[in-house]
Design a protein around this ligand. Structure first.
Ligand SMILES: [Zn+2]
Length: 365
C-alpha cells in the first residue's frame, strides 16, 4: 500500500538503553564541563580567524605570502563556523536558552550568508527527523540533477553524476545565500517540512544577516580592490568551502553502507526512529582527533543523529556506549576507518545509482 505520510515507531529498547547509559555517563559533571569548555573555545578561534584575515586583507599592505595566509584563514574560519559553531547552536546544544542558541546560530547568517532560520528547518527537521527518506530529506533531493537514493527515478544523464556532482557541490553555498533561502521561504516548505514566513526578530535576523554579510564580504572589499579581484576571491572561497561542506555532510548518509527508505517502507517495516537513524548514517575516521576537532564531530554522525542536542565535543566519549548498545540490540553500526574509504564509498554509491536502471548496452558502454 502506498502512503505519503512518513511516520516512525517511537521509543524502543535500543533507544531506551542507550539513552540511559549516556545519561549515566553525563551525570559526571567534569565530563560535561570539559566538553562545554572545548565547544566554547572554538567560537572565538573560528570568528577570530575570519575577522583577523579579513582585516589584514583590507587594511594592510599585502605581499603574496600574507594574501595566501589570509585566504586560508578566511576559509578555515568559515569552515569552523559552519561545522563547530552554527551547527551546534542551531541544534540547541550551545546553551540551555533557545534564544541564546539562535543568537549564536545567527553566525550562519552573518558570517556564512545563509539563513539560520531556513537551516533549522532544512537540517534539524527535514534531514535529522527523516534521514534518507525520499521526498522528506532535502539533503538527498537533487532531482533532476542527481540521484542520491535508489528509490528516486533514473535519468540517462545520471550515469555521469559521480563526475559532475563535485562541481555541483561547489555551487551549494551560492545557491543557499541567494535563491535557495528565498525560494524555500516563498514556497513555505523544505522537503515536506513547513517553513513559515518569518516575522519579528526572525525576519529582522534574516534580512539583517544578509545585509551584514553582503557588506563585509562584498561591498567593503569593493571599496579597496577592483571588482574582478573581489569576484575571483569570493567565488573561489565560496566554491572550495561549499565542496568541503557538502562532502562532509554527505559522507555519513550518502554512501553504500547507508539505508534508504520511502515513506511507505517506514510504515510497512514499523521502523523505530532511533534504529533508522543509526542505519542511515556511518561514522568515519573516529580516531583522527584533528579531523574530529575540525569537522565539529561530524565524522561521528551516528552519535550526532541519536543525540543532536549534545555538544559535538561529547561524541567521542559516548561513541563506545552507542556501539555497545547497537551490538546488544542487533542494530547495524558502521564505521569507515579512513577518509579515503568514506570518499570512495560516496563515489561508488553515486556511480552505482547513476548507472542502475540504464539499458544494458548503455550500462556496458
Ligand atoms: Zn546536524
Amino acid at each position: 500500500m502506498e502512503t505519503d505520510k512518513a511516520t516512525f515507531e517511537t521509543g524502543g529498547a535500543f533507544l531506551r538503553d542507550t539513552r540511559a547509559e549516556v545519561e549515566r555517563h553525563l551525570s559526571d559533571r567534569d565530563v560535561r564541563l570539559r566538553a562545554s569548555l572545548q565547544l566554547y573555545l572554538k567560537a572565538p578561534i573560528a570568528v577570530g580567524l575570519i575577522v583577523s584575515s579579513w582585516a589584514v586583507l583590507l587594511f594592510t599592505r599585502l605581499d603574496g605570502v600574507v594574501v595566501a595566509l589570509c585566504l586560508g584563514g578566511l576559509l578555515a574560519g568559515a569552515t569552523l563556523v559552519a561545522f563547530c559553531v552554527q551547527h551546534d547552536a542551531n541544534h540547541g546544544s550551545y546553551f540551555k536558552s533557545r534564544r541564546h542558541n539562535h543568537l549564536v546560530g545567527w553566525t550562519a547568517d552573518a558570517l556564512l550568508g545563509f539563513s539560520s532560520y531556513a537551516w533549522r528547518v532544512k537540517h534539524n527537521v527535514a534531514h535529522h527527523t527523516y534521514t534518507n527518506v525520499d521526498g522528506y530529506d532535502d539533503d538527498i533531493e537533487k532531482t533532476p540533477y542527481a540521484r542520491f537514493s535508489p528509490i528516486q527515478p533514473t535519468r540517462p544523464w545520471y550515469r555521469f553524476q559521480h563526475i559532475y556532482v563535485w562541481p555541483l557541490y561547489s555551487l551549494m553555498g551560492l545557491r543557499w545565500q541567494t535563491l535557495g533561502d528565498i525560494n524555500s521561504i516563498r514556497v513555505g516548505s523544505i522537503g515536506k517540512s513547513a517553513l513559515r514566513f518569518p516575522s519579528g526578530w526572525t525576519l529582522a535576523g534574516l534580512v539583517g544577516g544578509k545585509v551584514f554579510y553582503a557588506t563585509w564580504a562584498i561591498v567593503l572589499p569593493l571599496l579597496v580592490f577592483p571588482w574582478w579581484k573581489v569576484a575571483t576571491v569570493y567565488l573561489g572561497l565560496s566554491m572550495v568551502g561549499s565542496v568541503i561542506m557538502a562532502i562532509t555532510f554527505q559522507l555519513a548518509p550518502c554512501v553504500e553502507e547507508a539505508s534508504f527508505a520511502s515513506p511507505a517502507d517506514l510504515v510497512s517495516d514499523r521502523r523505530a526512529w532511533a534504529v533508522h537513524e543509526v542505519e542511515t548514517t556511518v561514522d568515519f575516521c573516529p580516531h583522527n582527533k584533528l579531523l574530529t576537532w575540525a569537522l565539529g564531530g561530524l565524522n561521528y554522525q551516528i552519535e550526532h543523529h541519536l543525540f543532536p542536542r549534545l555538544p559535538h565535543t561529547l561524541y567521542p566519549t559516548i561513541a563506545p556506549i552507542v556501539e555497545r548498545n547497537c551490538l546488544r540490540h542487533g542494530v547495524r553500526y558502521t564505521v569507515q576507518p579512513t577518509l579515503r574509504a568514506a570518499l570512495g564509498s560516496h563515489f561508488r554509491h553515486l556511480r552505482f545509482l547513476g548507472r542502475a536502471g540504464l539499458r544494458a548496452e548503455i550500462e556496458m558502454g
